[in-house]
Structure formats: C-alpha cells, structure tokens
Design a protein around this ligand. Structure first.
Ligand code: UTP
Length: 289
C-alpha cells in the first residue's frame, strides 16, 4: 500500500530558541532563504505524499500564509518581471494539499499526533517532526515508506547518538534485521543513566499505523510531564515490533541554536546565489580563529 498522507507537528513552544520563537514558530526559522517547514513539506512531496496535515498552535497564520497564494506579492513580482521568483512563490502554494488543525494546548508530541486521527482515518501515515530538517538525496520519508511496503509495520527513522546525548533523546532496544534495518522491540524516552537500551534513537521521522491512536488515548504524561509519542510507540514495539531504519541524510535540529547555525552555514556554502562569496568569507573568518 502506497502511503499518501503525512502529519507535521509544529505546535511546540520552541523554548530552546527563544527569543526568536516568542512570536514565530521555530518551524518558520529560515535556512538561508527558505523556512525549515518548507524543506520538510518538500521532503514529504518527494516521497510521494499528497495530503499533509500541519498541527499548529499559537501563531499559526504565518505557516498558513507561507503555503498560500500571495496575490499582492505575485502582482508586484509580475510587474517587475521577476519571473523566477514569481514562479517559486506560486509553486510553494501548489506543493501539496495542506490542511491545518490546532493542538490548543501543548501537552506533548504524542498529544499533538492524537489530533490527526480524523485526517488519517484508517490509513498509515508518515510523521515528520516540524523542527527536524533532514537533507539528502533519498528523502527519509521515502526510506520509511519502502520499509513499510516490505514489512507492513510501523517504522522509525533511527541513528546512533553520542553517549552523553542519549539522555535527551529516546533509546531503542534493537536487533539487526538486514542492511540498515533493525527490529525495534522496546524503547524509552529520555532515559536516566543506566536505563538506556542502546545509543540508537528516533530522530525526526516515523511512519505510524492507526492503532497508535487508541494507545495514545491511554498514554499518561511521561518525561517532562508531556504525553510522549515514544511511550505510545513503545507499546507498539513490545506488541509486535517496529522497524528501525538507520537512514541516510544529514539531520539539523532547528529546535536548537547550534542546529540552526549548522543548517544555515552548510546550506549557505552550497547556495547557488551566495555560495562562492560565503565560502570566501567563511575561510577568511576561520583563518582568524
Ligand atoms: P520538541 O519537544 O522538540 O518541541 O518537539 P518543543 O516542545 O517546542 O521544544 P522546546 O520547548 O524547545 O524544548 C518536536 C516536534 O513536536 C512538536 C514541535 O513543534 C516539534 O516540531 N510539538 C511538540 C507539538 O506539535 N506539540 C507539542 O505539544 C510538543
């Protein structure tokens, strides 16, 4: 079965990148000239997704406006013969069928996903965390869809993290299946020292089956007092296993200051318009460090 639906949670408070996120969602932070969430929508579209639900909170209008037509701006660009930019702006509005729902209260990622129930219905769906931009030739959403087509089970995008960082992430109990695929049989969110199963963690992408909703309804607040998606996925993992896909692609955490700067600098270095000039500038700066 081909996966056609995706959910992008974008209702978090973004406290780690304040004050930039006081009045603007972190998902709208630009990477040079494109907001993070556009990279994420483009990844979903490249993976064959047609319908996208963005879960928003406060300040949702700015995200909706970005994926909508902008008649005044378009008229101005047309008048000034800025055809390339005009084309880009119109294309953004036609990327996919995007709808929106408000989470109302930021009770955690698991709570946010439970709001997608009526949108996804009986279909499996990809979740792309709104603050995790992953760049690479093969969209991670597509890597998960291929694993689902093979195994028919929920899948998670995984990578090993540094031992000192695992307490900030989830930790997975894994057994190698083949190539870059693993059987995930248990997991824990933000493990205390000694509680971790492995250094494998879920980073930014998963593919869920509708049975997750009943589990989420029964999930009590966990780490940080939030309803954790990891706690609900742990039930699925213990039930019949989840497939872990050690994905290819470089992840940038747009919810952290360092991640934002890494995304900015690396993207600027290869940017068609400013790449050469920025590279020269960076070399000059680096020489003086
Ligand atoms: P994070 O835990 O990184 O987001 O959630 P946060 O709560 O904004 O983080 P802090 O405040 O900097 O620590 C991962 C993704 O889930 C969304 C976020 O917007 C982000 O894309 N999220 C999180 C929600 O949609 N709702 C929530 O209640 C929590």
């Amino acid at each position: 079965m081909k996966i056609k639906k995706a959910v992008i949670p974008a209702a978090g408070l973004g406290t780690r990148v304040l004050p930039a996120t006081k009045a603007m969602p972190k998902e709208m932070l630009p990477i040079v000239d494109k907001p993070a969430i556009q990279y994420i929508v483009e990844e979903a579209v490249a993976a064959g997704i047609e319908d996208i639900l963005i879960i928003t909170g406060r300040n949702k209008e700015i995200i909706e406006d970005h994926f909508d037509r902008a008649p005044e701006l378009e008229a101005n660009l047309a008048k000034n013969h800025k055809d390339k930019m005009l084309d880009q702006c119109v294309k953004i509005a036609n990327l996919a069928n995007i709808s929106y729902i408000r989470q109302r209260e930021t009770k955690g990622l698991g709570h946010a996903i439970s709001k997608a129930r009526s949108f996804t219905g009986d279909d499996p769906f990809v979740v792309l965390y709104g603050d995790d931009v992953i760049m690479g030739k093969d969209p991670v959403a597509a890597q998960l869809c291929r694993a689902y087509e093979q195994y028919g089970k929920a899948c998670v995008g995984i990578k090993q993290v540094a031992p000192e960082a695992i307490s900030k992430y989830s930790s997975l109990k894994v057994q190698p299946l083949k190539d870059n695929l693993y059987d995930v049989t248990d997991m824990i969110e933000k493990p205390a020292r000694g509680q971790e199963f492995s250094l494998f963690s879920i980073l930014g992408r998963c593919l869920l089956t509708p049975e997750i909703y009943d589990i989420l309804d029964r999930t009590e607040p966990g780490a940080g007092g939030e309803i954790q998606l990891t706690d609900a996925m742990a039930v699925l993992a213990r039930r019949g296993g989840i497939i872990g896909v050690d994905f290819t692609g470089k992840r940038y955490d747009m919810g952290s200051k360092l991640g934002v700067m890494q995304a900015q600098v690396e993207t600027a270095l290869r940017h068609p318009e400013i790449g050469a000039e920025f590279t020269a500038y960076l070399k000059e700066i680096a020489a003086g460090l």
